[in-house]
Ligand binder design. Structure first.
Ligand code: C2E
Ligand code: CA
Ligand code: CA
Length: 625
């Protein structure tokens, strides 16, 4: 059974249009002015469809109350045909409302839904006496059947729609219930999964999860992966004082400190009691430097006092770092990091690298570059001074400033290695100015205390000449420290001439104009040293160490050195012989009258204080006030 009563069933427009046509046919065949389909709704009856001829006085939608006086009411209640040829002749119908509209004859038939419920009527009305002949009666009966067939179809359709709607609702219900169930199931699974992958107290990923993250990143092709292992090394003693339950608070506290730092591209995990792991990822070349910064930051932020249960504890932390540079699997990476943590504990340092890694890195220019980046700021560079001995007086008249880098990670790095890296990265500019400033400052100090004629030679890289302000900035430094230009010498190698000859020449001439000495270093090792001697404004040539080294064994070298010296003399250039290590070399060079001698024989490069102690006579010191 339909939930709806037929009363509620809408008659669609296309059916209504057909009914209208039926009524039009009825009227035209029967030659009457009004054909109507009436529909009952509650206690009213309305004009539902009408023939469209203009003399039809009935309008669609017009309603009458059912009070027993209408023709149609009678048809409905009797469920039979009603024929009234002339209402005026019949006292029962004489006063009905249709008569008032001039309709005195009526023929009507009931219209019902297939369920037997009343729809209304189909009827014909005429202004004149009309007994409606057999054909007209047949026609209206035919139309009554047609409309009732329509009603049956409508009802069936409505029932079907109801069924479909009901079924759809049921399916929706089932669907909702299923979704709820699935949701519940998923939430439960997630909770279980979460418990499997998280540390219960801190909510941080646990060891398994960190391993899964590591594997995921490796599969994605992430280049640089680092493991930072953090151990609270006094965790056990804190736990003994607090007990296991309260000690969990310490774990949570440290976890919170870690997460609050909001460092990007890292994953923090709680590995076990008092142990955390931080995975670092990067595609950048400065990865090591980045890792060091993080290690330093964590060491700063995590150490120190914490308050738990009104007791104060000093949290002491060690950090170890390892990198997947040999495609280590997660377990190995973690093991290496934890070995480094133990080393950091032994050495009482903030953090340590896994040792193998350190060695690998030494040869790695990229990593060196990364470390150098902060080295200047961290005061990891200093200068050492190696004396120049004047042959004729036997006095120390100057020194060559040689740059030194003491890296906390790599140890002492030789300049042969790091200078080329600095040239490559462009850091040579900053580094070069540091050397110039430190050396000029040193000349000022020594000039004031010991010997105003004392000079320092500074090595300049060809890259530094790419800075068009080089000569101007050197001048500014000399002015700032009140140092005469003649106390500064710059040493250049032949590689300086490979590009931008004109710019280099311009800068060199500027310096020469100021009064700075210009020296050609490693003379004889290049291809065309001689041609440059003419072209550029040198004051001095430094005979390369390799010739001096060979002097004892090779006559050829002796001749070469001798030829270089006499040629330089004839060009009016001073000669420095470098790399003199023993007496034999020293006397040979002296015999050829080289102006200046340099080498371990006279003194190794040492820091300023030692240089002063070794080479300046205390009596030489002048009072300065
Ligand atoms: P260089 O300019 O030829 O410096 C001389 C090098 O020979 C120094 O090495 C010095 O320690 C070493 N040496 C001096 N006397 C002797 C000796 O008697 N025997 C032996 N075996 N070696 C001796 P160092 O300090 O390692 O410097 C290497 C190179 O690094 C320098 O060669 C220079 O080219 C470069 N360098 C050093 N400091 C600077 C700097 O401040 N700027 C630039 N651009 N380059 C620098
Ligand atoms: Ca030099
Ligand atoms: Ca040299």
């Amino acid at each position: 059974m339909s939930e709806k009563t037929p009363d509620c069933i809408e008659v669609p427009t296309d059916s209504l249009e057909q009914w209208q046509t039926i009524l039009d046919h009825l009227c035209s065949v029967a030659k009457i002015p009004a054909g109507l389909i009436m529909r009952v709704k509650g206690d009213e009856i309305e004009v539902f469809a009408r023939s469209s001829n203009s003399d039809n006085p009935y309008r669609i939608g017009v309603k009458e109350k059912c009070q027993g006086e209408l023709y149609c009411e009678s048809v409905i209640s009797s469920q039979k045909e009603l024929l009234i040829p002339n209402a005026l002749d019949d006292p029962k119908w004489r006063n009905n409302p249709d008569v008032a509209m001039g309709m005195i004859s009526y023929l009507g038939l009931p219209l019902n839904w297939p369920s037997g419920e009343v729809f209304g009527t189909i009827c014909m009305l005429d202004q004149k006496t009309n007994s409606y002949d057999a054909t007209q009666k047949k026609l209206i009966e035919l139309f009554q059947k047609t409309i009732e067939t329509h009603l049956a179809l409508l009802m069936e359709q409505s029932l079907l729609e109801d069924k479909i709607a009901k079924r759809t609702n049921q399916l929706q219900d089932i669907n909702n219930k299923l979704t709820l169930l699935v949701d519940k199931q998923t939430t439960a699974e997630l909770t279980i999964e979460r418990q499997k992958s998280r540390d219960l107290e801190t909510g941080l990923p646990n060891l398994h999860q960190i391993e899964a993250i590591y594997d995921r990143e490796i599969n994605r092709g992430t280049q640089n992966v680092g493991m930072l292992h953090i151990r609270i090394h006094n965790f056990i003693s804190i736990r003994d004082r607090l007990g296991i339950i309260l000690c969990n608070r310490l774990k949570v506290l440290i976890a919170r400190k870690l997460t609050r730092l909001k460092i990007k591209d890292i994953y923090i995990g709680c590995l076990s009691e008092g142990e955390f792991g931080v995975l670092l990822f990067s595609q950048d070349d400065d990865f090591i430097e980045h890792a060091i910064k993080i290690a330093q930051l964590l060491s700063d932020k995590l150490q120190g006092k914490v308050n738990i249960d009104s007791k104060t504890f000093n949290v002491a932390i060690n950090i170890g770092l390892s990198f997947n540079d040999n495609n280590e699997n997660f377990i190995d990476l973690l093991r290496q990091a934890s070995v480094a943590t133990s080393t950091s504990h032994e050495k009482n340092s903030n953090f340590e690298f896994y040792a193998n890694h350190l060695q690998n890195q030494l040869s790695d220019r990229m990593q060196m570059e990364a470390l150098m980046f902060n080295a200047l700021e961290n005061n990891e560079f200093h200068l050492e001074y190696q004396p120049f001995m004047e042959s004729k007086s036997g006095k120390i008249v100057g020194a060559e400033a040689l740059l030194r880098w003491e890296s906390p990670i790599l140890g002492r790095v030789p300049p042969d290695k790091f200078i080329s890296v600095a040239e490559h990265s462009g850091l040579i500019h900053e580094l070069g100015y540091y050397v110039l400033r430190a050396a000029i400052e040193q000349i000022a100090k020594w000039g004031n205390i010991y010997d105003s004629a004392f000079y320092i030679a500074v090595n300049l890289s060809p890259i530094q000449f790419k800075d068009s302000q080089l000569s101007m900035r050197v001048e500014q430094l000399l002015n700032r420290y009140q140092v005469p230009a003649s106390s500064l010498e710059v040493e250049l190698t032949e590689s300086i001439f490979f590009d931008d000859e004109q710019d280099t020449l311009y800068a060199l001439e500027k310096m020469k104009e100021m009064g700075i000495n210009i020296s050609l270093d490693d003379f004889g090792t290049g291809y065309s040293s001689l041609s440059y001697l003419n072209k550029f404004p040198f004051n001095t040539v430094k005979i390369d160490r390799s010739f001096i080294l060979d002097i004892e064994k090779s006559e050829k070298s002796q001749h070469l050195v001798s030829a270089i010296i006499s040629m330089a003399n004839s060009l009016g250039l001073a000669v420095v012989a470098e790399g003199i290590e023993n007496n034999h070399q020293a006397s040979f060079v002296k015999s050829l009258s080289a102006d200046i001698c340099q080498g371990y024989f006279y003194g190794k490069p040492v820091i300023a204080e030692e240089f002063a102690k070794a080479h300046f006579n205390a009596r030489q010191a002048r009072e300065i006030h």
